[in-house]
Ligand binder design. Structure first.
Ligand SMILES: NC(=O)c1ccc[n+]([C@@H]2O[C@H](COP(=O)([O-])OP(=O)(O)OC[C@H]3O[C@@H](n4cnc5c(N)ncnc54)[C@H](OP(=O)(O)O)[C@@H]3O)[C@@H](O)[C@H]2O)c1
Length: 245
């Protein structure tokens, strides 16, 4: 039997994050369920426990310094270390008709909010949890990104990449770039860090439009969270393999 790992998933109360937590739990891992709303957190933990997952709640708003510090302290009290961190929490920011964010009329507060959650939030959470990850024999970090962040695909007129998302897509490109910086910093250590695209998934985020289920959307993140030693790092994956930057 494989060793029980300790995982933390941010934004795990619903959607893809919930299914990442459920999937890691089904593998026998102990899962910290990160969520910013107390009631939604409790409901998710109860549902996961009813499904047989060894879950514990972690109040966690990725935009709050105190909240994130408190989350790290709670994980330390609960488990003493962390093996897997999945930075899943993310927002699109306000969108116009057709799910468009037009760069020429963009509200700067939308840009700030999206970057604060999707990029700065990930750095805040990762750095707060890093001391606990360093106690693991095989730490894994997964940043949930999106293929719409691929500059290569956006620059290719033959690739259908969806509507213009002038706040959201660049925030995930930024996240990808940050992921590479972490991978460079972790070179020569046992920490593997990668970005994952879930595909187009029917969740609150997409107004429940999209061909994929949250469970399908969770699969790549779960695979990257459970990579063997010596596995890839500093890369960007979807179900079919590597996504070009
Ligand atoms: N759905 C897709 O097609 C798709 C495609 C590509 C990438 N993604 C990415 O996948 C991830 C999950 O998206 P989803 O589709 O599952 O969306 P979702 O159902 O809207 O879930 C988003 C989760 O993030 C949480 N969250 C948002 N802001 C937060 C904050 N400041 N602190 C803590 N948690 C916060 C939400 O909590 P609340 O419930 O409290 O709001 C919720 O749990 C996101 O990073 C998204 O960008 C999704």
């Amino acid at each position: 039997m494989s060793e029980t790992k300790i995982a933390l998933v941010t934004g795990a109360n619903k959607g893809i994050g919930y299914e990442i937590a459920a999937g890691l739990g089904a593998l026998g891992h102990r899962v910290g369920v990160g969520a910013r709303d107390g009631a939604r957190l409790e409901t998710a933990v109860e549902k996961l426990r009813a499904a047989g997952v060894d879950a514990f709640g972690v109040p966690l708003d990725v935009t709050g310094d105190q909240s994130v510090t408190g989350a790290a302290e709670l994980v330390e009290r609960q488990a003493g270390r962390l093996d897997i961190l999945v930075n899943n929490a993310g927002i699109s920011g306000e969108v116009g008709p057709g799910w468009v964010q037009d760069p020429t009329t963009l509200d700067l507060d939308v840009v700030r909010a999206v970057v604060e959650t999707n990029v700065i939030g990930v750095i805040r959470v990762t750095n707060a949890l890093l001391p606990l990850l360093r106690r693991s024999t095989s730490p894994r970090i997964v940043n949930v990104s999106s293929s719409v962040a691929s500059l290569t695909r956006q620059a290719d007129p033959d690739v259908e990449i969806g509507p213009i998302m002038a706040a959201y897509a660049p925030s995930k490109s930024f996240l990808n770039a940050v992921t590479v910086q972490y991978a460079r910093q972790f070179a020569g250590t046992n920490i593997l860090i990668n970005a994952a695209c879930p595909g187009l998934v029917a969740t609150d985020f997409t107004g429940f439009h999209g061909p994929r289920t949250p469970e399908q959307g969770a699969a790549t993140a779960i695979r990257l969270a459970t990579l063997p030693d010596g596995g890839p790092t500093g890369s960007f994956f979807e179900d079919d393999g590597v996504i070009p930057w």
